[in-house]
Design a binder for this molecule. Structure first.
Ligand SMILES: N[C@@H](CCC[C@H](N)C(=O)O)C(=O)O
Length: 277
């Protein structure tokens, strides 16, 4: 029976499987993700993470990350924190580790339940662009923190038009063909409040690590926050983002927060029926 663990990275929840023997064939992974992440019918999660042998000498393992809809993404901040905690607890990597992602090498440090990640170098920062939507124009900023993120500033986070505008921005031709994640952010004192519409989940999630980093970099570049900054997620947990910027743009970004084991178990064969692993 296939063993798995369920972890939560500040409300962003993931199924983790050590696939170090490559028992799961690469072509089976997208449908496995779609099946296992479906809430109500299986374990349920925002994504599936497979830990596999590293291909580079400096890395302790490589990962493959899949969204709940089966699409593969290059990076996931909260998933990265959960993968690091899982790898440490399962003896796959030491507390200070390096792993391979589709976006590049990620360094992580596990400190009990807390995990700090050095994210891949942020790129493509643009500030305050206009975007024409169906019935209005909005201003947005953009940065790729391993995956693409639009950041829209709002006054009241509870009234952010996430349901209405999230899908419109996510599928806007401007961001085609990759699409984008969409974050609504509001500053309250020195803290950023954030809500994210996630690509591949196609809904709001309770937290998004790469989104929190994007928000910190955008508001940092506009001089509205300084490093480190606390980002309050929709689930209520706080992510801490450390960043540096120079005249050319963002240089580096670190994400820190809790990554919690929820449970572990074995999947009954009937939970995998119809799949050929
Ligand atoms: N929740 C993640 C981001 C996961 C990938 C994203 N949905 C995408 O497809 O770009 C995070 O914590 O960063």
């Amino acid at each position: 029976m296939l063993s798995f663990a369920k972890l939560s990275g500040s409300g962003n929840d993931f199924i983790l499987i050590a696939n170090m023997d490559r028992a799961i064939h690469p072509s089976a992974a997208p449908s496995l993700a779609k099946t296992l992440c479906r809430r109500g019918f299986s374990v349920g999660a925002d994504g599936l993470i497979l830990l596999e042998p590293a291909t580079l000498a400096e890395a302790h393992f490589a990962w493959r990350f899949f969204n709940a809809d089966g699409s593969e993404a290059e990076m996931c901040g909260n998933g990265g924190r959960c993968a690091a905690r899982f790898a440490y607890v399962k003896g796959i990597a030491p507390a200070q580790m390096v792993f391979e992602t589709g976006a590049g090498l990620v360094r992580a440090e596990v400190m009990g339940e807390r995990v700090k990640l050095e994210m891949t170098p942020p790129r493509d920062l643009t500030l305050d662009r206009k975007l024409a939507l169906a019935e209005k124009q909005i201003f947005y900023s953009f940065v790729n923190t391993g995956v693409p993120h639009v950041v829209v500033e709002v006054n009241d986070i509870d009234k952010a038009p996430l349901k209405e505008l999230g899908p419109q921005i996510r599928f806007h031709p401007q961001f085609s063909p990759a699409g984008t994640n969409v974050n609504f952010v509001a500053l309250d004192g020195e803290r950023i409040f954030i809500r994210t519409y996630e690509r591949g989940v196609e809904d709001e999630t309770l937290a998004c690590g790469t989104g929190a980093c994007a928000a910190a970099l955008v508001l940092g570049a506009k001089g509205q926050v300084s490093s480190p900054v606390e980002v309050v997620t929709r689930g209520g947990e706080i992510l801490r983002v450390y960043f540096s910027l120079d005249a050319h743009g963002p240089k580096e970004v670190f994400l820190e927060g809790i990554a919690r084991f929820i449970y572990q178990g074995k999947l009954f064969p009937e939970a995998l029926s119809g799949l050929s692993l």
